[in-house]
Design a protein around this ligand. Structure first.
Ligand code: 5AD
Ligand code: SF4
Length: 433
């Protein structure tokens, strides 16, 4: 057996793409996974290009792999940076053997068997749904519901790396979810760039019209599925039907990612996000009203071109009003091929750092406030991961990380946990059933 080592950067879509790559190479070719790059015959890096840092890191990493790899071992680059840099990767790193874009992972067998293979086409490719089966976890299964992104957010490179947004046919989604659930995955994680835009465009017309709320209800009918999560929804498409389905379907976990990006309507307009601060607040507060125990996470970009102190304060104001349970905050990073890269009012890096710090300090205060309220609350926790220190970890229905003392007999079970020691990043407790 040849040894395969894969490193995955970026988002959940990339994690699922990695599973697809592993499936193809281990089920149809004679590869097996290894955990040390030194042993590998093929090293694959599945890359992200959403910010500049990981792109730069890629080339230094290729250098490191070149030093440690076995004689004759090959290196392949997949994912969004492969899409965006294309054959420039061969020029900057001649040791690289193939370049395979984020939309082309279905070609991985051809890639490993063809010298200097490159495919970064973002045209629609029917075969991209058809993969062998491999999952990193038997407890939780990622299921793609769409590929690509049709939005025009001015800071974002993803539409260029993942191409046009196309929904995957319902039957395929249900088939994958059912298979995973019957193999023991109580939790199904639906993936797409704009999940709640599901059903707008298919490669061939479906028999019946369908939207994301319908999809949630249909997946929840699979008997073995106990929990459904999804990422990422877009605030613009959070209509009442979606919020109500989210609230009322007991299998849909009560955690929602609502990527704000900015609290300033003026900046949102420059970002071409399609909603205002008021719309976002209205949706978030309606969600809190419908689902009192919901946890809301968000993404915020600071120092987008032209962001004034007042604009930044608007982001802090939304944080104050919504009190997000989790925030992923980023300093704006200028990306090639995006409109915002051409804006002339770029902000000093130093100002970006100051704003990022201010935002994180404020979030820490909010988290301290929130976590105190978790004491003595009982959560239903799905135990998924054994820790080294005799603890076992899982997620509550509303996505809090919970840890208790326990061993492998709890893995894959859902239990009730009384929180005794709530901390900012994890809640500690004891099982009560
Ligand atoms: N600079 C900084 N952050 C970005 N994101 C996307 N593009 C950029 C960029 N150019 C962030 C957004 C998105 C998350 C995945 O990454 O907040 O929601
Ligand atoms: Fe995921 Fe975006 Fe990074 Fe591509 S660029 S891996 S879609 S986060």
């Amino acid at each position: 057996m040849k040894q395969l080592y894969i490193e995955t950067l970026g988002c959940a879509m990339n994690m699922r793409d990695t599973e697809h790559i592993i499936a193809e190479l281990t089920k149809k070719e004679s590869y097996e996974l290894c955990t040390d790059a030194k042993d590998a015959d093929f090293i694959i890096i599945n890359t992200c290009s959403v910010r500049e840092k990981p792109v730069n890191k890629l080339f230094s990493e290729i250098g490191v792999f070149n030093k440690i790899k076995k004689e004759g071992a090959k290196i392949g680059i997949c994912g969004c940076t492969a899409s965006h840099l294309g054959d420039e990767i061969f020029k900057r790193a001649p040791s690289v053997d193939f370049v395979l874009g984020a939309r082309n992972v279905s070609k991985v067998i051809k890639a490993v068997n063809t010298k200097k293979f490159i495919d970064i086409d973002i045209d629609y490719d029917e075969s991209s749904y058809a993969f062998s089966e491999f999952r990193n976890s038997i407890h939780k299964a990622f299921v793609n519901i769409s590929i690509g992104c049709d939005k025009k957010c001015t800071y974002c490179i993803v539409p260029h790396t993942r191409g046009e947004e196309i929904s995957i046919p319902l039957e395929l989604i249900v088939q994958e979810a059912r298979k995973a659930a019957q193999n023991g995955a109580k939790e199904i994680f639906l993936l797409g760039q704009n999940v709640n835009n599901y059903g707008k465009k298919f490669s061939s017309k479906p028999k019946e019209k369908i939207d994301f709320s319908d999809l949630l209800n249909i997946v929840s009918e699979i008997k073995e599925v106990e929990r459904i999560r999804f990422t990422s929804p877009h605030p613009l498409h959070m209509d009442d039907k979606f919020l109500e389905t989210f609230a009322n379907n007991p299998k849909v976990c009560k955690s929602m990612h609502m990527p704000l990006q900015s609290g300033s309507t003026h900046i949102l307009e420059k970002m071409k996000r399609g909603y205002t601060k008021e719309w976002f607040l209205n949706r978030a507060l309606k969600l809190r009203e419908l689902v009192p125990n919901v946890s809301i996470s968000t993404d915020i970009i600071v120092a987008f071109p032209g962001e004034s102190d007042e604009d930044f304060m608007e982001s802090l104001d939304v944080m104050e009003q919504v009190k997000f349970e989790q925030i992923f905050a980023f300093k704006y990073s200028s990306r090639p091929l995006t409109q915002a890269a051409e804006f002339t009012n770029q902000i000093d890096d130093e100002i970006g750092s100051i704003r990022l710090k201010k935002l994180q300090d404020m979030q820490n205060e909010i988290l301290d406030e929130i976590s105190i309220l978790r004491k003595n609350v009982v959560y239903k926790v799905y135990f998924e991961e054994l820790k080294n220190n005799g603890m076992i970890a899982g997620r509550s229905d509303n996505n809090a990380l919970v840890q208790i003392e326990g061993g492998k007999e709890l893995l894959g079970t859902i239990g009730k946990v009384l929180i005794t020691n709530p901390r900012r990043l994890a809640l500690y407790g004891k099982i009560i059933n």
